[in-house]
Design a binder for this molecule. Structure first.
Ligand SMILES: [Zn+2]
Length: 468
């Protein structure tokens, strides 16, 4: 395929075909290859069609590859005259189409106006879950399946497009119901709310994957990769078309209403994690003193509002002595509170002048990974919930050398998520609250598993011989 790519570039260099540009400064794109699919884009002239056809034919001859022209298609821009279309279709020998169709199960043309295309994802997940109905897995097994396979099912779509929230919530609720009941259709009680299940295990949840956050995490990772690699074709196209990368747009909060759905999705995802990005000083000319997180603790605090007004909008290079790479300590002590001033003065200014870098705070390398962004989004949510998780305890429980389903069982006892009479009554189910075994007290967790006279006998009769 490399050879074919060179042949097409050669045609372009000889001006025999003209690639398509998304804006005036953008690089022309004449072909895109992914796996065994090829997409050629060029201005519609009969001569160009002939050249492309000849090149492909020549490539097939020397490589032994074959092209299935029945499975190939040509798509014209809407303003191409019909007679023109007819001539060119004849030259290329392929039928024409109105839509580019799907790639890896995802529609190529998505504008976000309709959530219809994303509903296929919901159906896919639903189908998969229905096929697992008869597997009779434990909840620990179901957790593994949902986190591993279901997430992978939609990962290719979710790593490119920001799916509508409604669709993602629907998938999340299907997964949640499957975890509680083993199927998404049967009736039954979901004992605890989904947000608790989605908290990581060591913080008191069970770590059920949330598609809503997973989507954002994948996009932030992708956006950061585009930002850090100026040489990527997509970076060049975005920089030319939107005058900045999705990360820059997301962090600065710039409006991009007319942008493509793909670009908007990246920008919105980055905006959600804005505080997780930090800037590292290079030249210092692209870091705003008051607006960017460039200190380990985030933004610096000014001594007075006047200082904030005069320095806030300036760049970090203005805090250095002009013409040198040394902090202007007088100015810094004068303008910032003690803690910030100390933090600034202890920040290293690299002697070699390079570009200011934008790093993700969640990883040591500074590159955003899906896992770290996902964890970051989760931690923000937990703060909102006012969680008082006992990390040590949960880590010990989940790390115990016993069957995973037992750990889930203990988790359910601690979270009042078992169908005990007391819990059922609380949920409005008409049952008698008394214990089935002794009939004397209310059947709750501590009674049934510890205090009940029958349970005491059972504990004592086990190999452990426990006497509560
Ligand atoms: Zn009892």
């Amino acid at each position: 395929m490399e050879t074919l790519s060179h042949m097409i570039l050669n045609l372009e260099a000889k001006k025999e075909i003209t690639g398509i540009k998304v804006s005036r400064d953008a690089p022309p794109i004449s072909h895109l290859f992914f796996a065994d699919d090829s997409l050629f884009c060029f201005r519609a002239f009969p001569d160009s069609c002939q050249k492309i056809k000849d090149t492909i034919k020549f490539f097939c001859e020397i490589s032994g590859e074959m092209i299935n022209y029945d499975k190939s298609a040509v798509m014209f821009s809407p303003n191409t005259p019909t007679t023109f279309k007819h001539i060119m279709r004849k030259i290329l020998g392929t039928p024409s189409t109105e839509k580019l169709g799907k790639y890896l199960g995802c529609n190529v043309e998505i504008d976000g106006r309709s959530s219809q295309v994303f509903h296929q994802l919901v159906e896919k997940v639903q189908r998969k879950i229905t096929s697992w109905k008869n597997l009779a897995l434990s909840q620990a097994g179901r957790l593994l399946l949902t986190n591993g396979i279901l997430a992978a099912l939609c990962a290719n779509v979710l790593s490119v497009f920001l799916a509508p929230t409604l669709v993602k919530k629907k998938i999340d609720s299907i997964l949640c119901r499957y975890w509680w009941k083993g199927s998404s259709e049967t009736k039954g009680i979901c004992w605890r709310k989904r947000s608790l299940l989605e908290i990581p295990k060591e913080r008191g949840g069970v770590g059920l994957r949330s598609v809503l956050r997973f989507n954002t995490a994948l996009l932030v990772k992708y956006a950061h990769r585009i930002h850090n690699n100026n040489e990527l074709l997509i970076s060049k196209v975005y920089n030319a078309k939107y005058k900045g990368t999705p990360v820059e747009h997301g962090i600065s909060g710039k409006q991009c209403n007319t942008a493509s759905w793909g670009f908007k999705g990246l920008v919105r995802s980055v905006a959600k994690c804005r505080e997780g990005f930090g800037k590292v000083i290079g030249r210092g000319n692209r870091i705003a003193i008051g607006d960017d997180n460039w200190l380990p603790s985030g933004k610096p605090s000014f001594k007075s509002e006047l200082d904030a007004a005069t320095l806030g909008t300036k760049k970090v290079e203005d805090l250095m002595i002009p013409g040198s790479r040394v902090w202007n300590s007088n100015l810094i002590w004068r303008s910032f509170d003690q803690e910030s001033a100390r933090a600034i003065l202890s920040t290293h200014i690299p002697t070699q002048v390079g570009e200011d870098k934008l790093l993700w705070a969640g990883t040591e390398s500074g590159a955003a990974t899906a896992k770290s962004v996902y964890a970051y989004l989760g931690s923000q949510l937990e703060e909102g919930l006012g969680s008082t998780a006992n990390v040590m305890f949960w880590k010990k429980l989940w790390g115990m050398p016993c069957l995973p389903k037992w750990k889930v069982f203990v988790w359910k006892i601690l979270n009042k998520a078992l169908a005990l009479n007391a819990n059922l009554c609380r949920r409005g189910v008409m049952v008698c609250q008394e214990c089935h075994l002794c009939g004397k007290e209310v059947e709750n967790e501590s009674h049934l598993f510890r205090d009940c006279s029958v349970s005491k006998h059972i504990w004592y009769a086990t190999d452990f011989g426990i006497r509560p």
